[in-house]
Write a protein that binds this ligand. Structure first.
Ligand code: 3HC
Ligand code: NAI
Length: 725
């Protein structure tokens, strides 16, 4: 809806569709009616458009793109109607003006914004392009380079930057609406021609052709298989090369291509999935709607290694006073230096510089080796070595030292939260907070509740995720939780493929072409092969505790590949040692090149174990890696470890580099079709009967038998009875 009111000679049209005034069909209709009414009323001399609740508009209603009553073509003509008005129209931008919201403002003759407002054309992030003439108007207003940047990245810009770019005419610190009405009154009677963006030429660049050529290369490189950025580019290029009306036609054509591409559906699913996981619940009935978080006024981090450093940085950025603790002074000094370096870098990236990050003040960030200093913190995040005995010792100490009610979090990658909690006198306050490396960059926070974890603890961890600007996903307790548990069969298949005849670079290429940032071997070299090696030794899968006579390629009757262990025994830990699945220019180097040593090592290994080398095609590589990961996902859902496929998808997109335009692994499975996923798993499982990861999960079979229902219905097939699957 939109409300129509008057402020003397100025008609006020207020977009109303809480919470963010998305432009639904009803809002568009009301906006059009308001404009026509103002036009028809001779006593109205100017128009002001604003939004309810101090929010201009977050753009077209995204749900509308997949509804039968699609409305994507409706906004462009309304923006034209605004621009062609004979009475000046002023946009009063508060909160957000995004997508179609900003396009409405671009149709207005003047734009005035609150200093805290954010603007942008984020359509690219949901697989679309600005389809209400925004690709044609924005470059005319702020020039091609800035417009192209905004449209192809979808970034939001603050009002101060918008003013510098000329996107808004004025910014105000308060009373935006009054200021806009004042401006509207002031410009009554002034010529509107120069204010109509469709009539303006694009500011020329001396080297337009070269600029466009280079920009396209950059856009393609960043897109990694995602269509929208390149089509955004093409629409903006049309603005540079064609008259306005032709550019608009091109924009519409390209918009339709995207709308029907499948990628837009996946990206919009991802948008709503990220919001759905905020409404967490657990099988025991705890839920976001009834649990309230505790305030976190002061926190502590234990262990300043790879993860602890990033976690400290994240907390400081969120303005949470902090104690950082190490085991001895030597480690403390090393950790402190590393943290300071990270914080200096972050401060440089931040708008207001180092002052905004108050990390030199010991009252805000204190380094210590003294556990007693943790007596008054509200929350502790433990990030010491992945060793159960050590973690239990630390949690035992914490439950004695910390004040009652303090939340005790562990950053374990896979260990049992209940066992860690058993070392304390307050298991209800123990929770897993699994950050991803680098912890100050990666958006995912996997939040793991144990048997005794209280709803308050979960709510507090979710609140922490929000404060750290991360996506918190609540999951149950099992080995590897959701993310790493699904990763195990994926990596296992990748290694088996090497045994059978493939090479690391071939496997990586297939998965990177699919859209992963890094294939499994490049990823493993980056993370360090020693991490998994240590864990396998702890599990008795390799190393001195392995019983004599265990077959090299079998563990408990299942296929096992000792390849990663053999590499570690050679000191090949990946990037950190300069050699792993690839070779690097030096220890710590980042440029992976195929390693002839590894190739001959693999042939020798196959000869030793009498494995016949065969050619493995791309389809098999992709399916064995991805379908085994997806299969584990179905098992996780059936066990109630996650409350829906969105959880798994959000985890994979934000923590494991899964290409967002493919919607996450479970969404991807739904697009491939569950019958096909099942048939392929059955086929591979017959060939490899000793690989449980390829044996189709009972839940997958059940969904196929139920006729391949849409993803949003999957969970309804898990009845009480079948949850024992
Ligand atoms: N359409 C439909 N619903 C929307 C919406 C939109 N454009 N924008 C937000 N919402 C919904 C959210 O789903 C959420 O619903 P819920 O409470 O039921 O989960 C509610 O509004 C509140 O939003 P958030 O939880 O996302 O609030 P935040 O404060 O975290 O974020 C935001 C605010 C940054 C504005 C974020 O909502 C956002 O990015 N929105 C989408 C902006 C966008 O992509 N606009 C372009 C739309 S496409 C378009 O305009 C096409 C045009 O060119 C023709
Ligand atoms: P790390 O080896 O880099 O750092 C661990 C730190 O803990 C060291 O600085 C060590 O001195 C300190 N420490 C050990 N005992 C201590 C004690 N008693 N008191 C205080 N500090 C102590 O390890 P990393 O990689 O940071 O891992 C930490 C935890 O995070 C592990 O549980 C790991 O599984 C998990 N994790 C690691 C990820 C990674 O990519 N490295 C990703 C996600 C989780």
């Amino acid at each position: 809806m939109a409300q129509y009111a008057r402020s003397s000679a100025v008609a006020v049209i207020r977009l109303c569709n809480p919470p963010l005034n998305a432009l639904s069909l009803a809002v568009l209709q009301a906006l059009e009616d308001g404009l026509k009414k103002a036009d028809a009323d001779p006593s109205v001399k100017a128009v002001m458009i604003c939004g309810e609740n101090r929010k201009f508009s977050a753009g077209a209603d995204i749900r509308g793109f997949s509804s039968p009553k699609r409305h994507e073509g409706a906004l462009g003509p309304i923006v034209s109607l605004i621009e062609s008005s004979e009475k000046p129209v002023v946009a009063a931008i508060e909160g957000v003006a995004l997508g179609g919201g900003l396009e409405v403002a671009l149709g207005c003759h003047y734009r005035i914004a609150h200093v805290k407002a954010q603007m942008g054309l984020p359509e690219v992030t949901i697989g679309l392009l600005p389809g209400a003439e925004g690709t044609q108007r924005l470059p005319r207003l702020i020039g091609l380079p800035a417009a192209l940047d905004m449209i192809t990245t979808g970034k939001h810009i603050p009002a101060t930057e918008a003013l510098k770019l000329g996107l808004v005419d004025e910014i105000v610190e308060e009373n935006t609406i009054e200021a806009a009405i004042r401006l509207a009154n002031k410009v009554i009677g002034q010529p509107l021609g120069p204010r109509r963006l469709s009539l303006k030429p694009i500011p020329r660049l001396p080297n337009m052709e070269a600029f466009l050529r280079e920009a396209l290369v950059k856009v393609k490189k960043q897109a990694r298989g995602c269509l929208a950025p390149e089509l955004c580019f093409q629409a903006v290029r049309a603005a540079a090369e064609r008259p306005f009306a032709e550019g608009v036609r091109r924009e519409r054509e390209l918009f339709q291509v995207l709308l029907t591409s499948g990628q837009a559906r996946a990206l919009q699913y991802a948008f709503f999935a990220e919001r759905a996981v905020r409404r967490w619940d657990t099988p025991s009935g705890a839920s976001w709607s009834s649990a309230a978080p505790q305030p976190v006024r002061k926190a502590a981090v234990i262990g300043l290694g790879t993860m602890g450093r990033g976690i400290v940085t994240s907390l400081v950025k969120a303005n949470i006073p902090l104690v950082a603790l190490e085991q001895d002074l030597e480690y403390l000094n090393k950790g402190r230096k590393a943290v300071m370096l990270l914080l200096e870098r972050e401060a440089m990236k931040m708008e207001r510089g180092a002052q905004a990050l108050d990390f030199h003040n010991p009252a805000r960030l204190q380094f210590t080796v003294d556990f007693d200093l943790l007596h008054d913190v509200d929350l502790v995040i433990e990030a010491v070595f992945e060793n159960m005995a050590l973690k239990k010792e630390i949690f035992h100490k914490l439950s004695k030292i910390c004040k009652p009610g303090a939340l005790l979090c562990t950053n374990t990658s896979a260990l049992n939260i209940d066992e860690i909690a058993s070392a304390t006198s307050c298991p209800q306050q123990v929770i897993g907070t699994h950050f991803f490396s680098p912890a100050h960059v990666m958006r995912l926070l996997e939040i793991i509740y144990g048997r005794h974890t209280s709803p308050t603890a979960i709510a507090t961890a979710m609140q922490l995720a929000k404060a750290l600007k991360k996506v918190g996903v609540v999951v149950g307790n099992c080995f590897g939780f959701v993310g790493n548990r699904m990763m195990f069969p994926y990596v296992q298949q990748a290694v088996f493929l090497l045994e059978e005849g493939s090479r690391p670079e071939a496997v990586d290429q297939v998965l990177e072409d699919f859209g992963f940032k890094l294939g499994p071997f490049r990823m493993s070299d980056l993370a360090g092969l020693d991490v998994g090696w240590r864990s396998r030794k702890d599990q008795g899968l390799t190393g001195p505790s392995l019983p004599a006579g265990t077959p090299a390629r079998q563990r408990q009757g299942q296929r096992y590949s000792p390849l990663p262990d053999l590499l570690c025994e050679q000191g090949r830990f990946g990037q950190k040692t300069g050699k792993g699945w690839y070779q690097y220019e030096r220890a710590g180097g980042r440029t992976a090149t195929p390693d002839p040593w590894l190739h001959s090592f693999l042939s020798h290994y196959r000869d030793t174990h009498h494995i016949k080398t065969r050619f493995i095609d791309q389809e098999e590589i992709l399916e064995r890696c991805l379908f085994s990961l997806i299969n584990e996902g179905f098992a996780i859902l059936a066990e109630g470890i996650a409350s829906g496929p969105e959880h798994l998808d959000v985890i994979y997109i934000n923590g494991y580099g899964w290409p967002k335009h493919r919607g996450g692994p479970m969404f991807y499975a739904s697009t491939v079709g569950l019958p096909r996923v099942l048939a392929k798993l059955q086929k591979y499982s017959e060939v490899h009967p000793d690989v449980p990861g390829l044996r189709p999960s009972a839940f997958l079979k059940k969904l196929v038998a139920a006729g391949n229902p849409p993803i949003k219905e999957w969970m309804s097939y898990l009845s009480q009875q079948s949850s024992k699957l």
